[in-house]
Structure formats: structure tokens, C-alpha cells
Design a protein around this ligand. Structure first.
Ligand code: SAM
Ligand code: SF4
Ligand code: FES
Length: 342
């Protein structure tokens, strides 16, 4: 098994069976994480990129089984921030030094293409890089956001097991998800995708296929995190993904896609108080602190145990900066585009 890790560190290539055998072997985790950390340092250095996350609406017309924002969840109060408020949060985050802002929401038609495009061009004037995470849209919509100034897009494939995807995302089609990712890539966005780790019915072979899929579509950013069961969803009684497995996935992604940006996802820290730092030492190089001010983030509940609910954006940037520096890493001063190594 150690030979496999050495091979991955050297060649950045493993086949599906090899990935499965690493995922299933708990005895080599320390070596796996150390190898991923070395590859991270060699390819993307010691800088950690901070991306400020604005959760601008928790309203959603979709009904994904795993997510607390699903439309059938009647126990959360829905909000839709207006453009002025979103721009105000963006300006405050830019003032704090954020170079990238991520605009994320459920999927709802009230933010029309015109409203979104106008907001994107206004936020762009702050000199920030803009990432969108607003779900499945038509190619024309993606093109309009790109023309307005959006630079990156996050759309997790969630799982490459087509049957599982369509079972857990009722009414959604795996083919359309793939179409979206391909459109985004061809429109010149930096493409972010990723997966939920530990979905009910997901096998190690499925996870291995996810990792190979990220390579195949040449994703620039890969966000993988544990699935955490939400009591207000149909998956309330499922076991959820473990922290250990999610970290292994991050480490394998770093070994196989050495130059991509990999966030230490917030869900990691919901399962382990040192979760993001452990992820940063196992291959990750990005953190996405919340810059949504006020009470809204308490209503943007995908899963239980969300962190930073009572802290302001100013407190979070201070907190995470200290943590990152405590492990000998630096806060990046640039916009953190992927520097692709051929
Ligand atoms: N609506 C957009 C979409 O689905 O792409 C963006 C917002 S959605 C809330 C962002 C991500 O949250 C999803 O891609 C999913 O992986 C993650 N998520 C949802 N429910 C979760 C859960 N119970 N545990 C962990 N992550 C979850
Ligand atoms: Fe809506 Fe996204 Fe949650 Fe699915 S994952 S219910 S699309 S917010
Ligand atoms: Fe929010 Fe630490 S990052 S309190």
C-alpha cells in the first residue's frame, strides 16, 4: 500500500482499484496525509487563499434529500437578500482584504439574469474575483454572468453514481448536471466541482470514480466534504460521512490533481473542531469564511453543527488568520487562480 502512495506522489496517477484499496485501508492514513501535504507544498506552496462566502438566499425550488434548504423543509424561515444588502456585504468583505467572493444561494427564479448580471458587475467594481454557486442554469445564463464579470463557478457533481444522484436529487438529471459543468468550462470559468462523502448507498468504488471524474473534466477547484445528516430532511436517520473518510478523499484529490485549489470545507469543522487545519495539512489550500453579516447565516442551515453562527465576519477573519499562521502557513495576497502545471 505504501508503494501505491509513493506512486501517486510521483506520477499523480492511480487506477480505480488502487484508489479503492487506499480508501479501504485505515492503516496507511498518516503516510497518505503526509504525501498529500508534500504535494500541496510542492505545487501550490504555503499560501492559503481565503474566499469570502455570501449566502444571499436560502430559498430553493429544488428538493435534494440531503439538504436543509430543500423546498419541502418547512422548518426554516426563508430569506432573499436584496441587491443593495449583498453589495454592502461584498464591499465590507473587500475592505477586510478578501480577494475572492463567493455568491451562494438555493435555486430560485426571483434573482433574474438581469438582476444577477447587474449585481455581478457592481461587485466586480470592488476589484474582487467573483465565484458563483447558484446551481443549474442554461448555457445562456452562464454566459450572461460570465460577460457581467463572474470568474469562477462552483457546482458539485455531488456523486458520479448516476442512479444515486437521481435518487437523492428528485426531478434533477445527472446528464443536465454534466451539461452544466461542460458549459461552464467552455465559457471560460474556473470550474469548481466536488462531492459529498458518505452518502447513503455510496461505495468506495463510487468515491474513486468521483476522484477520477474530477481529473477527467479538468476541474480547477475541488470541494469535497462529509455528508452530514440533517434532521429536517428525508436522510435524517442516515449515518453520514466520517471525518476520516472525507480527509482521505481530500488527500487523494491532492495526490492525483496536484495543482488544483482544494478547500478545507466548513463541514469538516462541523465534525471536528480542528477540521479545517487538519484538512489544510492533508492537501487543502483554501478556506471559505462566511462574510454574510447578521442573522442570515443562522437560517442557511444545510446540516446541523454549522460553525461561526455567532461570530461576525470580522471575528472570523481574525480567527482563521491566526489558525492558519499557527500551522506555519501564510494568508495569500493574490486572487488565487489555479496555476496549471502541464
Ligand atoms: N444550490 C446550489 C447547489 O446545489 O449547487 C448551491 C448551494 S448548495 C447548499 C451547496 C452545497 O451544499 C451542495 O453542493 C451540497 O454538496 C452541500 N450540502 C447540502 N446538504 C449538505 C449536507 N447535509 N451535508 C453536507 N453538505 C451539504
Ligand atoms: Fe437547493 Fe442546492 Fe440544497 Fe439542492 S443542494 S436543495 S439545489 S440549495
Ligand atoms: Fe469563524 Fe473561527 S472562522 S469563528
Amino acid at each position: 500500500m505504501l508503494e501505491l502512495i509513493k506512486k501517486a506522489e510521483k506520477t499523480h496517477s492511480l487506477d480505480k482499484n488502487e484508489i479503492v484499496s487506499i480508501l479501504n485501508d485505515g492503516s496507511i492514513d498518516a503516510e497518505l496525509f503526509a504525501a498529500a501535504d508534500r504535494v500541496r507544498e510542492k505545487f501550490v506552496g504555503n499560501d492559503v487563499h481565503l474566499r469570502g462566502l455570501i449566502e444571499f438566499s436560502n430559498a430553493c425550488a429544488r428538493n435534494c434529500f440531503y439538504c436543509g434548504l430543500r423546498r419541502d423543509n418547512k422548518s426554516i424561515e426563508r430569506y432573499k437578500l436584496d441587491t443593495e444588502t449583498i453589495i454592502k456585504f461584498a464591499a465590507a468583505a473587500a475592505e477586510m482584504g478578501y480577494k475572492t467572493l463567493v455568491l451562494q444561494s438555493g435555486e430560485i427564479p426571483s434573482y433574474t439574469v438581469d438582476i444577477m448580471a447587474a449585481m455581478i458587475s457592481e461587485i466586480k467594481k470592488l476589484g474582487v474575483t467573483i465565484t458563483l454557486s447558484i446551481g443549474e442554469k442554461s448555457r445562456d445564463e452562464y454566459a450572461a454572468y460570465r460577460a457581467a464579470g463572474a470568474d469562477r463557478y462552483l457546482l458539485r457533481i455531488e456523486t458520479t453514481n448516476r442512479d444515486l444522484y437521481e435518487k437523492l436529487d428528485p426531478g434533477m438529471s445527472f446528464d443536465n448536471r454534466l451539461r452544466c459543468l461542460k458549459d461552464l468550462k467552455s465559457l471560460g470559468y474556473e470550474l469548481g466541482t466536488g462531492s459529498l462523502v458518505g452518502l447513503p448507498g455510496q461505495s468506495s468504488a463510487d468515491i474513486a470514480s468521483d476522484i477520477l471524474f474530477f481529473k477527467e473534466i479538468d476541474a480547477d477547484m475541488i470541494g469535497c466534504g462529509p455528508f452530514i445528516p440533517n434532521p429536517d430532511t428525508p436522510l435524517a436517520n442516515e449515518r453520514g460521512g466520517t471525518f476520516e473518510l472525507a480527509i482521505k478523499v481530500i488527500a487523494l484529490v491532492r495526490l492525483l490533481l496536484p495543482d488544483v485549489n482544494i478547500p478545507a470545507t466548513t463541514a469538516m469543522e462541523a465534525l471536528n473542531p480542528a477540521g479545517r487545519l487538519i484538512a489544510l495539512r492533508s492537501g487543502a489550500n483554501v478556506v471559505m469564511p462566511n462574510v454574510t453579516d447578521g442573522e442570515y447565516k443562522k437560517k442557511y442551515i444545510l446540516y446541523p453543527g454549522k460553525i461561526c453562527l455567532n461570530e461576525s465576519p470580522g471575528q472570523c477573519i481574525g480567527c482563521i488568520t491566526g489558525k492558519i499562521q499557527s500551522i506555519g502557513r501564510n494568508i495569500s495576497k493574490d486572487h488565487g487562480y489555479r496555476k496549471k502545471v502541464k
